[in-house]
Design a protein around this ligand. Structure first.
Ligand SMILES: CC(C)(COP(=O)(O)OP(=O)(O)OC[C@H]1O[C@@H](n2cnc3c(N)ncnc32)[C@H](O)[C@@H]1OP(=O)(O)O)[C@@H](O)C(=O)NCCC(=O)NCCS
Length: 291
């Protein structure tokens, strides 16, 4: 019987090939993936001609193919970071039916390899800090750092917000691809964090059994080497139109902004029964732009 893509990729010898995307038909594959992954209206889809000129002017676009069919891609374009050679990574997407099987990680590590060949030191990207799964991939698995919270960065584009009327807030993260931190992650993600003693700057409301209870009040005056910020495990499972998604976002925004302003930065992400960002006090650490 013919195997599904998920069965093929999770079998012992998945036929996965990652290669640079260069042709017009390759870029049509990127459009196909965008439609499948994000379901955006046409106006919000990056078109073939944009990919074409981006590659022509130095962008890195890599596709992952399963049995010869495109299953995901990663896209970054050259960015001006002063003396630091870098790119901004704008898309990472894997077909929904094969998410969680390792392709996203494979694409990011391949992007790093290609960037190193081009003498690139830094890749940045933005992501929605309320998306716990992406936070885990970015911080815990890949080892990004960051201390910049961008309010309503993309405006009220409906395709990019979590709920009607909720701003498109983003975290800007930095992937210093030659750093010992990131090199270490190429071998393994760090051991699970013992967070029992770290104070919580934000957690779900007292007495609540889950994120449905909403956030508690942020504690913005902790003086500790590390603090935790809780976010719902799956923000998209919370009911829309009730205000709860916006309440979590506002509480997390206040907490991130306050601690970033006081010299904290992203250190790790804990993904278990509950999800927490770990922020560490490191006022002099090297970052592209302080918030
Ligand atoms: C984000 C995305 C590209 C990741 O690709 P993927 O193939 O699903 O991810 P992988 O299987 O390589 O998993 C990578 C990491 O994501 C996290 N992850 C994946 N599935 C997860 C889950 N069910 N719960 C929590 N974390 C999960 C884990 O950290 C995982 O690493 P680990 O297995 O070492 O713990 C993919 O899920 C996707 O296309 N999502 C929609 C588009 C999107 O959000 N893009 C922006 C990314 S910043």
């Amino acid at each position: 019987m013919k195997k599904s893509p998920a069965e093929r990729i999770s079998s012992s010898r998945p036929e996965v090939v990652v290669r640079p995307l260069t042709s017009l038909s390759d870029f049509e594959g990127c459009v196909f993936i965008q439609r499948k992954v994000w379901g955006h209206p046409d106006l919000d889809i990056t078109p073939v001609h944009q990919f074409r000129i981006a590659v022509h002017t130095g962008a890195i676009i890599l596709g992952a193919f399963v049995d010869g069919k495109i299953a995901g891609y990663v896209y970054s374009f050259p960015a001006d970071f002063g003396k630091v050679r870098g790119q901004h990574s704008h898309h990472l997407a894997v077909l929904p039916e094969i998410q969680g099987l390792g392709l996203g990680k494979t694409l990011k590590w391949a992007q790093r390899e290609e960037a190193l060949k081009r003498k690139i030191e830094l890749l940045t990207w933005t992501y929605d800090p309320m998306q716990a799964r992406n936070a885990n991939l970015n911080i815990h698995v890949l080892g990004v750092v960051g201390n910049r919270y961008l309010r309503d960065f993309y405006g009220e584009t409906p395709a990019l917000v979590l709920d009607a009327g909720v701003p498109s807030d983003r975290l800007l993260v930095e992937w210093w691809i030659k750093s010992p931190r990131v090199k270490g992650r190429t071998k393994a993600a760090p051991a699970p964090f013992d967070f029992g003693r770290i104070p919580k700057a934000l957690e779900r409301a007292a007495g609540g059994t889950g994120p449905e209870a909403g956030p508690g009040r942020p504690v913005l005056d902790l003086e500790a080497a590390r603090v935790l910020i809780e976010v719902p495990k799956k923000i998209r499972d919370l009911p829309k139109g009730t205000g709860i998604i916006g309440a979590w976002q506002t509480a997390a925004r206040d907490t991130f902004e306050s601690y970033f302003a006081h010299g904290y930065r992203l250190e790790d992400f804990i993904s278990g029964d509950r999800s927490f960002y770990v922020l560490r006090y490191a006022p002099s650490s090297r970052h592209l732009r302080q918030g």
